[in-house]
Write a new protein. Structure first.
Length: 151
């Protein structure tokens, strides 16, 4: 039946078990029954699910609670960016551009990258100077974890 509490609890239990199996704490995940088709519990609490009293998440950074999906999305904490660690940038591709030269591209996973710094490519053990760092065709003074860059 539509808006069934029993069906929601069944899905919540199955997804919770899966989340636990892959190493996450189900108590830190907001479970929200929604109808995207009708907009129920998307932006505001729906009167079609009076049985749903809201969601709660428990985490060491602080607990959160709410009634709808947008509040659950707003409560997601951004991942910490490990800028203090050494630079790690798995290469995704290397382009040879006439007039510019060789442009390696990849996503900064840890550390930072700045023009003028020396980088070493493994396993080739090739060291070179970073002439410039660009993201979306714009020069950067510094690339941080999460940035997809060419250099």
């Amino acid at each position: 039946p539509p808006y069934s509490e029993a069906r929601f609890e069944e899905i919540k239990k199955e997804v919770g078990n899966y989340i636990k199996k892959i190493g996450y704490n189900p108590a830190a995940v907001a479970f929200v029954p929604i109808s995207g088709w009708h907009g129920d519990n998307m932006l505001e609490a729906s009167d079609k699910m009076p049985w749903f009293k809201g969601w709660k998440v428990e985490r060491k950074e602080g607990n959160a609670e709410g009634k709808c999906l947008i509040e659950a999305l707003d409560a997601i904490l951004p991942p910490s960016r490990p800028t203090e660690k050494p630079l790690r940038l798995p290469l995704q591709d290397v382009y040879k551009i006439g007039g510019i030269g060789t442009v390696p591209v990849g996503r900064v996973e840890t550390g930072t990258m700045k023009p003028g710094m020396l980088v070493t490519f493994a396993p080739a053990n090739l060291t070179t100077e970073v002439k410039s760092v660009e993201m979306h065709r714009e020069a950067l003074q510094e690339a941080l974890p999460g940035d997809n860059v060419g250099f």
